[in-house]
Design a protein around this ligand. Structure first.
Ligand code: ARG
Length: 403
């Protein structure tokens, strides 16, 4: 295509949805960027969404790229999140960890094609504007970032009106009431009546998990094997990360595992009602925690809980390349050298229950703990018990005297 000279080039992070689609005529007409490069990053959203994004980009005459980042997402984002037990307020962080990668892919393309600016479709209310812009600002500090939805403060119906005027195709899914974000690690559902915190989530919002009525009436047992804190085998069958996460999603979803309904504090302070379904995330994080409890010392577990929490906060905020995060990653990496072994789980009616664990690094000795063993001399406990709570006893004495 002949773009004429000179043209200003802009890279638009493109999902194919309403927000990002109306950005296309807007950046051309209102911001003067004639050459629009759309980038759709495949992190495991439905293939149909990607196909639609490609078709719309073609219809709207952009230069389009679809980047398959699924393996990279699993290896460099999901696996580190498993090692850190990545969780924010009960949400196994999923949307949050995909955004920096999406931003990074936009950066790569912008550099390669020598673009002049970035555009994204985030509104001003959510977390994603922080997470997507951070890699752009970090790696292309000079490049302007345009966020028309945020700048124009449009409502959804105004956007639909604008789309109709400009001939932007509106897909079926856009008219639907739910706002959904999906990647390999989880599916998030917001909007519609879910905005009422006391409205019970209707069955129709769930796609990956079965409700109690539809899930099997007998439990299923599975095993997950970890090496260095990352899952490498399901039921003793070794497989790549992407295949493993997808398989666990399918199996655990069948048993209804991974439905989460929480109130979440967003970065801007807004409380929002969030629904997630993330069967693999819940199953694998449950298994990972169980293995850590077997191989790490009590002080290590205490410290790691603090590190994991801080790590998750940074990841939730999209500060993926933060120096503190690198420091915490170093601590986590040191602990994960021993997180090798197998965890056995039972899946049933929404639960993934640990029923066994095994590791060459287990700090557990059956001989020491057993009721039937003499190798731990119980008489030696007396001295420890005697001194237990020494300071508390002193305090009680003082209190009775002085208070
Ligand atoms: N609250 C989640 C997060 O900030 C998900 C946000 C996107 N979800 C959506 N349905 N549009 O990570």
């Amino acid at each position: 295509m002949d773009w004429g000279v000179p043209v200003k080039k802009i890279v638009l992070v493109y999902s194919g949805g309403l927000d990002t689609s109306v950005c296309i005529p807007m950046v051309r007409e209102d911001y003067g960027y004639d050459h629009v490069i759309t980038v759709t990053v495949d992190v495991g959203q439905p293939a149909e969404d990607i196909r639609q994004a490609e078709a719309k980009a073609r219809a709207l005459g952009t230069e389009h790229y679809t980047v398959d980042a699924k393996d990279e997402f699993v290896r460099d984002y999901i696996f580190p999140s498993i090692r850190a037990n990545g969780d924010y307020m009960g949400y196994p962080i999923s949307t949050s960890i995909a955004r920096p990668l999406i931003g990074l892919k936009a950066v790569e393309i912008a550099k390669r094609l020598k673009a002049d600016a970035f555009c994204h479709g985030c509104t001003g209310k959510g977390n994603d504007q922080f997470r997507i812009e951070f890699p752009m600002r970090a790696f292309c500090p000079e490049m302007p970032i345009i966020a028309p939805m945020r700048e124009k403060n449009l409502t959804r119906s105004e956007e639909i009106e604008y789309a109709k005027q400009k001939g932007v195709p509106i897909s079926q899914s856009v008219e639907k009431i739910w706002s959904i974000d999906e990647n390999i690690w989880g599916r998030s559902i917001e909007g519609g009546r879910l905005e009422e915190p006391d409205f019970a989530p209707p069955e129709e919002i769930f796609q990956w998990t079965k409700g109690h009525d539809a899930s099997p009436n007998t439990p299923r047992r599975i095993s997950i094997t970890f090496e260095d804190g990352v899952p490498v085998a399901l039921d003793d069958e070794r497989m790549g990360g992407l295949a493993l996460v997808q398989r666990v999603n399918a199996i655990a979803g069948e048993y209804g595992v991974g439905r989460i309904d929480i109130m979440e504090d967003r970065m801007l302070g807004l409380k929002v009602r969030e629904n997630y379904e993330c069967p693999a995330a819940v199953t694998l994080l449950t298994a990972h925690r169980a293995l850590e409890a077997l191989v790490l010392t009590r002080p290590e577990l205490d410290m790691k809980a603090i590190v994991d929490r801080k790590w998750s906060e940074l990841a939730y905020q999209g500060l993926w390349f933060d120096p503190l995060k690198e420091d915490l990653d170093a601590f986590i990496a040191a602990t994960q050298r021993r997180v090798t072994g197998t965890v056995f789980l039972e899946l049933f009616k929404g639960h993934a229950k640990v029923i066994g664990r095994r590791s060459p690094w287990a700090l557990y000795s059956e001989d020491l703990a057993s009721f039937d063993s003499k190798s731990f001399d119980q008489r030696e406990a007396v001295g420890m018990v005697k001194n237990h709570g020494m300071q508390s006893r002193m305090y009680l004495q003082l209190k009775s005297k002085l208070a």
